[in-house]
Design a binder for this molecule. Structure first.
Ligand SMILES: [Zn+2]
Length: 449
């Protein structure tokens, strides 16, 4: 542990200051670990198509509300790490629940600081030496730990919202022969470099980036007229075994349904990539890689998951519960089929979603819908909840408080039984991963890359 205290020079704005949603700070053998508030993260990513090497230089500006050693996450090993311009080491640390993270071997003061580092990544990257191109995707998973942006670049945790910018450079070629599919804004800055800027409300599970050799995928670009009058740019794309026309038709149908139920689409457009039939999908904000059959489920997540966003793994059941409740036809039931569960009672540091969120969650939603039948049902609540809290990060306690405010009911017993209770025998059998999130195998991921 370095005894140097890095003192901040200036204070910063409070936009998206989500530190109140961070898990509790904690003590480690190497000092007090603190969660910090990322303000901006700039990643200069160089894909060298000749040397087949990927390099990242990261510059992160963050705010610390107290003195301590900041934690963050990055799966690849960082090097040449600097805090406020001074070299510093990074320690492998674990959260109190045992999940690995990274911690700076330095103490920072309250205030704003700059963290810089270099790294590389190989996850979902494939170079094509013959054509001097690269395929690279920032795909994520939410049912397992450490599978958000930290697989690729140094990142904060899901509670935080910050401006992410990528400077992509394709070295080893004068002119990049690449397509970039993303939910960020792309600007070409030279014949072989691009700047991608993501919206400030994004968390580490929101950005979508898929870089492919130019013309490799079949795509349709079109606009969808939102019920609020906006013309939303939509890109649907597929690989050689399919056609994007089916995806376009399905997307238009689902837009109509979701906007009628929950109000105007909460994002600037949509990017959807069709993967294999019989597999599931994964949602990003207004972006998804998914089978055709799961497109509706993943688009619903642009309302709940990436419109109203969970602060942590313990709150991750809410959006799967809503999506699954819709998948099964918005059923109404006087009681859930299970007597109790601890679906949302994990550690305060939990980062992944319980895979029982679908089956147990939709039963709980069906039960809430029954309790809310005199107030227009649960969908009436969800519509208002989305419109009030879109682009914000929420917890399950916030969800409960708002359900109670809407209905006038005390739901403490219901939550204490079905969400924060004990697992009844049948609740354990309902833990299977649903079709809609059935993971692609490694070889399937290689094929769609
Ligand atoms: Zn889902």
């Amino acid at each position: 542990m370095k005894k140097i205290l890095f003192v901040s020079l200036l204070f910063t704005s409070t936009a998206f200051a989500n530190l109140h949603l961070a898990p509790p700070d904690f003590d480690t053998k190497t000092g007090r670990a603190i969660f910090v508030d990322f303000k901006t993260a700039k990643y200069d990513i160089t894909y060298n198509v000749l040397w087949k090497k990927t390099k990242v230089k990261s510059t992160i500006k963050f705010f610390s509300d107290k003195e301590g050693s900041p934690v963050f996450d990055l799966i690849p090993n960082p090097k040449n790490v600097k805090i406020d311009g001074n070299p510093v080491s990074v320690l492998d640390e674990v959260l109190p629940d045992g999940t690995p993270i990274r911690k700076l071997d330095a103490v920072v003061s309250q205030g704003e600081h700059t963290l810089e580092m270099e790294s590389s990544f190989s996850e979902n990257v494939r170079y094509n030496l013959f054509s001097k191109t690269v395929s690279s995707a920032f795909w994520i998973r939410d049912l397992k730990n450490r599978m958000f942006l930290e697989q690729y670049v140094p990142s904060n945790f899901e509670f935080d919202q910050y401006q992410i910018k990528l400077n992509l450079k394709f070295a080893g070629t004068k002119k990049a022969k690449q397509d970039i599919y993303t939910n960020g804004k792309v600007v070409s800055t030279s014949p072989n470099s691009f700047e991608v800027t993501f919206p400030e409300y994004f968390t580490v599970s929101c950005p979508y980036l898929h870089i492919t050799p130019k013309g490799q995928k079949k795509r349709i670009d079109f606009t969808y007229k939102s019920i609020d009058g906006r013309s939303l740019p939509v890109t649907v794309y597929t690989s050689w075994w399919s056609t994007p026309k089916k995806f376009k038709n399905e997307a238009e149908k689902i837009f109509k349904e979701l906007e009628a139920d929950y109000g105007p689409w909460g994002h600037d457009g949509l990017v959807a990539y069709e993967t294999f039939p019989g597999t599931g999908g994964m949602e990003h904000a207004a972006a998804t890689q998914t089978s055709l059959a799961a497109l509706d489920h993943e688009m619903l997540h642009s309302y709940f998951a990436k419109g109203v966003m969970p602060a942590n793994g313990n709150s991750g059941w809410i959006d799967e519960a809503i999506a699954s409740w819709r998948d099964y036809g918005y059923q109404r039931k006087p009681l859930p089929v299970f007597a109790g569960s601890n679906l949302g009672k994990g550690s305060a540091y939990k980062r992944n979603t319980d895979s029982r969120a679908y089956a147990l969650g939709r039963e709980f939603m069906a039960y809430l819908d029954y309790r809310f039948q005199d107030m227009g049902g649960l969908k009436a609540f969800l519509r208002g909840y989305f419109q009030a809290y879109k682009h914000t990060v929420i917890t399950q306690e916030h969800f409960k408080n708002n359900l109670e405010f809407f209905s006038g009911l005390d739901l403490t017993e219901a939550f204490n039984t079905y969400i924060w209770g004990e697992n009844s025998p049948e609740s354990k059998d309902l833990g299977v991963e649903e079709e809609t999130h059935k993971a692609l195998t490694d070889s399937e991921r290689q094929l769609i890359l």
